[in-house]
Ligand binder design. Structure first.
Ligand SMILES: C[S@@+](CC[C@H](N)C(=O)[O-])C[C@H]1O[C@@H](n2cnc3c(N)ncnc32)[C@H](O)[C@@H]1O
Length: 771
């Protein structure tokens, strides 16, 4: 029996750091039978890779011929797919990114269609040709003998993808290809075929890569996952879930009567696939286009189904639970649909209450928790991952755990040592399957989570945080400052900044120098995550984590990564209110280091017209308005930030109807050129170091500051003042090029006390017209 050949996950030493390992040969299918004698029911006289060589249908007389196909799978699961295909057919396919290229007779292809659990789609190649433009595409698709594939009365649909090619976009390619198919069939039959984009009998695919088109017919496909509204979970396809289970040795364990648990089962996909494998059921198919294909051979198909062997009676205990009752209902419906409802138990249960079923020695506990998919990690998900780690350790001694996640920051919170990290994609999300062998001995009920203890170094961090909290906290309270930098890499081992945002803490790890041992850095980051809530006396859900990466600035810096403004919270500064967001963006909406500059603007603003360039969330505008500015203009390239700025203004009682306060979406350089006739008594220009956008020229503060200061100063009233500030550490002011202006550095006088350790965090200048 093939299952005995499967290695146990904990003994497996395979090179599985990238992609699933092929070490489970033959454990993934029910039969080892090789195809020795191919039935001759085939369509083509030769390889069908091109548009020539296609002959009229005389299937029963032909010798066996080879068909070309492409079988898709989740990225990272390709090797395992290849092993599965070889086990099903005796033919080893060629592994390529995203699947396997398979040249084999129709019978072998049918066995893949019937038996592969990992394959997402089985695509029969009908033609490949150069398609540099639409005419070539049309001619290439027309050259395929469609009447040999599509019977009258069958509906069809075409999906297209394109990359690194001149032909764009994909829906145009689909449309053009559809025209070619329809025209060919209409010429042959004097009747147009029917198109059904939702549920076609035959789904065609056109893929263009580097100007070369591949046209294929989908013989079979797995059900696609659907995201449940309101759920944080990124559901998995059946193919991906199976790949994970097979990699973790589930087929062998199931045959031995082991148990399977998913404690955050969501839509139940892992549980359903675990049951399907345990029962040796045929893998679920969303569509079987082969049944509508003119070349279909019913006898061969029956043979392929028969080769899978009978279903096995249930032996394994398979449990899925989820804290959400709605999710459990959904999982139950999906299990019924998949025909495995009798083989699984699905219950509503909090994570804290899940443990191994009694009397079962070993098993697998595998789950796909929500990834958050946000730029920064925070909110409820950090504690959820920590709780998951604790539950695995306490509730499943001796088992093997698998956690699939698309969020590297969250995975750190599990707090267990992974024996494997397998790169896998869930749709477009790059994920990792983390495999944890769990110790035989669970910690005692009253024993603290020893595995989650801070390292001995953490004492230094605790002491420093306590000291800073007393010292800076006192200063902040006196000045009415509720958001401030509490810690700034004071201890070199803890290379991070910790900012206090009125009840929440944001931990930002600085770029790790190459000489720092990554493991030590991980331990120290984990220390911080544990000690910060304790020392600051806040709920762990109020701790947010961010890792700044080199090169992550500039282009990506001002892009929203999360999915909404639901995370906006209100904080106070200088008696004013501001909205911040600790989750979705690289910056929070309030630059704490610019606090004193803003206070200065408030002092200078009385009775003056105020211009805020690179206004961001208009915090400086709020200060100027509060200081009595007669009029304010805020210019920024981003509508998102201007909207945010508008909310900040409204929050403080300033009407943004455009009369007294105007928000303008524009490139500052262009706007200054177009409005040289305007006059302002106070200008604040605080650009980023570097900015690149489709809507504006590239801006580089070192290269372009003279031009910017000159252009802005032209709008200054005679006695007007401009404050220019930027965050470029190595900035050098080109005084010589700024004749006619008095430019004085004011950085030191405006560096807030909580940023004393990083005096280069910004540089600021007062600019006036020379007398
Ligand atoms: C570093 S922040 C500015 C900080 C802001 N002055 C403050 O003190 O809060 C960068 C802002 O510049 C904006 N920006 C970048 N390039 C721009 C351009 N060429 N024209 C207008 N705004 C731009 C971005 O949209 C973003 O809101």
């Amino acid at each position: 029996m093939c299952l005995s050949a499967c290695e146990h996950p904990r003994t497996h030493q395979g090179p599985a750091q990238r992609g699933l390992s092929p070490a489970f040969k033959r454990c993934c299918v029910g039969s080892e039978q090789k195809i020795s004698e191919e039935p001759a029911a085939l369509l083509y006289s030769s390889h069908c890779g091109g548009t020539s060589g296609i002959e009229a249908r005389e299937p029963w007389r032909r010798p066996p011929v080879t068909l070309t196909s492409f079988i898709t799978a989740a990225r990272g699961a390709e090797d395992l797919l290849a092993v599965e295909i070889e086990a099903l057919t005796g033919v080893r396919p060629r592994v390529v990114a995203g699947g396997a290229s398979f040249d084999a007779p129709l019978g072998a292809l049918y066995r893949v269609c019937a038996g592969s659990r990992i394959a997402e789609r089985v695509l029969l190649t009908l033609g490949t040709f150069e398609a540099p433009d639409e005419d070539a595409l049309y001619a290439g698709v027309r050259a395929i003998a469609w009447e040999q594939h599509l019977a009258p009365g069958k509906t069809l649909a075409i999906r297209a993808t394109t990359s690194r090619s001149r032909l764009q976009p994909s829906h145009f390619i689909a449309l053009k290809s559809k025209d070619a198919v329809v025209d060919t069939l209409r010429d042959a039959r004097q009747r147009r075929p029917d198109i059904d984009p939702r549920e076609p009998d035959v789904q065609l695919h056109v893929r263009i890569f580097r100007d070369r088109a591949t046209v294929s017919l989908e013989l079979a496909s797995r059900p696609r996952p659907r995201r449940t509204r309101g759920s944080d979970q990124y559901p998995m396809s059946g193919g991906l879930a199976s790949a994970i289970l097979i990699h973790m040795g589930w087929p062998a364990l199931a045959a031995q009567g082991a148990a399977f648990v998913d404690p955050l089962c969501g839509d139940g996909r892992l549980v359903i696939e675990a049951a399907s494998i345990a029962l040796q059921r045929r893998p679920e198919r969303a569509s079987l286009g082969l049944l509508s294909w003119s070349g279909h051979d019913a006898d061969l198909w029956e043979e392929a189904l028969a080769a899978l062997g009978p279903q096995r009676p249930a032996q394994a205990t398979i449990l899925g639970s989820d804290p959400s009752g709605d999710q459990v209902e959904e999982a139950r419906a999906a299990a019924r649909h998949a025909g495995v409802a009798d083989g699984v138990r699905l219950v509503r249960r909090d994570l804290a209450d899940v443990s191994a079923p009694p009397g079962v020695g070993e098993g697998l506990v595998v789950t796909n928790p929500p990834y958050g998919q946000r730029l920064n990690e925070g909110g409820a998900l950090g504690p959820l991952y920590a709780e998951l780690g604790d539950r695995l350790k306490r509730g499943f001694p001796g088992w093997t755990a698998g956690v699939m996640t698309g969020n590297a920051l969250l995975s750190k919170r599990v707090g267990l040592k992974a024996s494997e990290r397998v790169e896998l994609s869930n749709g477009r999300v790059d994920c990792r399957l983390l495999v944890y062998p769990l110790r035989e001995q669970a910690p005692a009920a009253d024993e603290g989570p020893g595995w989650r203890k801070p390292s001995p170094d953490a004492g230094m961090l605790i002491n420093r945080l306590r000291k800073n909290r007393t010292r800076i906290g006192k200063w902040a309270r006196r000045g009415g400052v509720t958001c401030y930098r509490l810690y700034d890499a004071d201890i070199p081992e803890y290379n991070m900044a910790i900012d206090w945002y009125d009840g929440a803490a944001l931990i930002q790890e600085y770029q790790r120098p190459p000489r720092v041992d990554p493991q030590v850095a991980e331990i120290h980051l984990s220390d911080a995550l544990q000690v910060v809530p304790e020392v600051l006396e806040i709920d762990p859900e109020q701790v947010f984590l961010r890792v700044r990466r080199r090169g992550g600035g500039a282009a990506g810096q001002y892009t929203r990564r999360g999915d909404g403004d639901g995370e906006q919270r209100q904080v106070q500064e200088g008696g004013l209110s501001f909205l911040i967001n600790l989750v979705d963006y690289l910056d929070t909406g309030l630059f704490l280091d610019q606090r004193q500059i803003r206070a200065q603007l408030r002092e200078l603003a009385g009775g003056r017209r105020f211009l805020n360039l690179y206004a961001y969330t208009c915090t400086a505008t709020v200060y100027a308005a509060a200081g009595g500015a007669s009029h304010t203009t805020s210019v920024d390239l981003s509508q998102t930030y201007l909207d945010w700025g508008g909310r900040n203004m409204a929050l403080n009682g300033f009407d943004i109807d455009g009369r007294r306060h105007e928000l303008i979406r524009a490139d500052c350089g262009e706007w200054l050129r177009a409005h040289a006739d305007r006059r302002y008594g106070l200008i604040y220009a605080a650009p980023p170091t570097f900015s690149r956008s489709r809507r504006a020229d590239t801006f580089d503060v070192q290269r372009d500051h003279v031009q910017l200061i000159r252009a802005a100063s032209r709008l200054l009233e005679r006695d007007g003042v401009m404050i220019f500030s930027n965050p470029f550490q190595d900035f050098v002011m080109d005084h010589d090029a700024l004749t006619g202006l008095d430019v004085t550095e004011i950085t030191a006088a405006h560096l807030p006390r909580d940023f004393a350790r990083t005096p280069k965090i910004f540089n600021a200048w007062r600019v006036t017209r020379s007398a």
